[in-house]
Design a protein around this ligand. Structure first.
Ligand code: HGY
Ligand code: MN
Ligand code: MN
Length: 409
């Protein structure tokens, strides 16, 4: 039974079809969470899962669950899934590969009339990216009990749109309680989004752990005044302070190598007029590291710098609003993933997850594992993100193996 393989061409075609929803000229995808494009993608996912024999339900935070019955439906389901929302300059594979690998597993089970002992469920988690509404991994975070549903529904984007209203507007404010229930195991297939698998010429990444993250919103307040008449010594230029802080974030990351990452990806300047000295700057900081002690040290270094930056010229307010610690994935899940790679004769290596993934939260409440496949030059969160059909099919075959191992075929 376990010698069944997925249909790589069908998986690829589904990725290309999904990629057209929010497709960009450079071949990427801009499909921000809770937009009409996200709705279109969700509707297509639901249709595909229903065509493959699933019953679909949606929870209060918009997570979609497509369930395929097993012989014994009292058993906790074996789950797989990922996300369909993208970055503004995202690609066709980040998240989408994992969601559609689940659909391909469903279709393969149907093709071969495979009945599993336990039910299986394919999931699309809401707002994994955190690009439009922060933080990231909201749907899985609420489901795992790490984030509060009320707080998440009240989140606001840069245009003042409210998460809960947008969820209703696209028709995905479900009835199912958005909270954990027994899960036999959760597997997430994802492109690596980094350069290591390609560099080591490996087809499968057996993900052993996920690195921790800390996200901050920082507001620097100076004083607007005229660019031509305000003498330099009297200025309170908030953007000058922000420039020093951005340089310091880069330094903190470089001084905590190997592995440390530090990024300022969001910046808003007020009033953003070329001949008015900026009076206010809002910026994001994203710090990451696979060891919690070093991530805490980086946190301390950032906060100390911000305290020192505070002074007569400007005030610096730091909101450390999101954190999760590095964590290991489940040994049993790691084992069946490794077995799947070995069974199919795929080259493989252990790796840790540099990006955040829904699996990082689901690991709190269920045995969880991740399967990585290479992406071209490790590029992701970029429209030219690309991956090879053969690698995607390999990752999907390992996913099928892992799910059948845990669901009992
Ligand atoms: O930020 C991340 O690592 C993920 O893409 N949300
Ligand atoms: Mn992702
Ligand atoms: Mn991403």
């Amino acid at each position: 039974m376990k010698d069944v393989s997925v249909n790589g061409n069908r998986l690829w075609q589904s990725l290309m079809d999904m990629g057209r929803i929010g497709g960009t000229e450079k071949g990427g995808c801009c499909r921000l969470t809770l937009t009409h494009l996200d709705k279109e993608a969700r509707d297509l996912f639901v249709r595909w899962c229903e065509e493959a024999g699933c019953t679909v339900s949606v929870d209060e935070v918009g997570n979609i669950f497509a369930r395929r019955s097993g012989r014994n439906n009292d058993l906790p389901p074996i789950m797989t899934g990922s996300h369909l929302d993208t970055q503004p300059t995202g690609g066709k594979f980040d998240g989408v590969f994992g969601a559609l690998a689940g659909v391909e597993v469903l279709r393969t089970l149907q093709d071969h009339n495979i009945e599993t002992e336990a039910p299986v469920e394919m999931v699309v988690w809401t707002n994994e990216e955190g690009a439009r509404f922060a933080p990231a991994m909201m749907g899985s975070g609420v489901f795992a009990g790490r984030l509060s549903l009320e707080e998440i529904l009240a989140k606001v984007d840069v245009e003042g749109k409210i998460f809960g209203d947008e969820l209703k507007r696209i028709g995905y404010a479900g009835q199912l309680p958005a909270r954990a229930r027994p899960i036999g195991a959760f597997f997430e297939a994802h492109i690596e989004q980094g350069p290591y698998l390609e560099h080591e010429n490996k087809t499968i990444g057996v993900v052993t752990k996920g690195q921790g993250q800390r996200w901050y919103d920082i507001v620097i307040t100076g004083f607007e005044s005229h660019a031509g008449t305000t003498p330099m010594p009297l200025r309170r230029d908030a953007l000058v302070a922000a420039a020093r802080l951005i340089a310091q974030v880069e330094l903190i990351a470089r001084e905590n190598q190997p592995h440390a990452c530090g990024t300022v990806g969001f910046l808003q300047v007020h009033p953003n007029s070329r001949n008015t000295i900026p009076g206010k700057v809002t910026l994001s900081v994203d710090l990451r590291h696979p060891e919690d002690a070093i991530l805490s040290k980086m946190d301390e270094e950032l906060k100390t710098f911000c305290e020192k930056l505070n002074g007569d010229a400007w005030t610096v307010e730091v909101d450390p609003f999101w954190y999760y610690a590095p964590f290991p994935f489940d040994e049993e899940c790691i084992k069946v993933i490794r077995e799947g790679a070995q069974h199919h004769g795929y080259s493989h290596m252990d790796i840790f997850a540099g990006a955040g993934h829904d699996a990082c939260y689901i690991a709190d409440i269920a045995p969880t594992g991740m399967i990585f496949v290479p992406c071209e030059k490790g590029i992701s969160h970029n429209e030219i993100e690309s991956a090879k059909l053969s690698d995607l099919a390999a990752g999907c075959n390992v996913l099928l193996w892992a799910m059948l191992s845990r669901a009992g075929a």
